[in-house]
Design a protein around this ligand. Sequence first.
Ligand code: ADP
Length: 197
Amino acid sequence: MRKHIIWHEGKVKKEDREKLLGQKGVVIWLTGLSGAGKSTIAHELEWRLLEMGKLAYVLDGDNIRHGLNSDLGFSPEDRKENIRRISEVAKLFADAGIITITAFISPYKEDRKRARSLLAEGEFIEVYVKCPLEVLIKRDPKGLYKKALAGEIKEFTGISAPYEEPEDPEIILETDKETVEESVEKILNYLKERGVI
Ligand code: ADP
């Protein structure tokens, strides 16, 4: 009976929590191929924000798949459900006033659009973590591309499953050309310009 369930706005509002924390609650949505640098950049950004006295939290692919989404695989339907649940969790974290950083491949445009639709204008910051496939195949820190190319992993994004590039992301990071620090700096500058921090 979902129609009888309504969003309960408490006495304490998002704005009150933001004032308390001295920041805006937003979602920084990193998307890109496996090994592009989402997780590395997310954790470095979280650390830099902490040093500045800002509260951030990383929702990371593998961790979520171990827990909340351990029942999901990599079929198109499961990937969609994976991102749907993550989007809802990210929305709650942002509502708590936290700078929420998500690090998921999130290959489908439609799923990212849905995630964006849950948040108010300016609260969803899509970051395309871009890196050419040739570089990723060379990097291959987890040996996944080798396995995918050998046909040992099915439905591997970029090899045997599609990745739909963002058309109009707020930020593009080119991790074959810039360092982790430079990428993080780009995001921090964006957050400062928009008054998030
Ligand atoms: P993803 O989360 O996108 O799968 P990871 O962050 O787990 O990617 O892995 C990226 C790998 O690429 C790491 O081993 C990281 O050290 C390396 N790397 C090399 N150059 C960069 C860069 N400029 N930005 C981010 N990661 C980089």
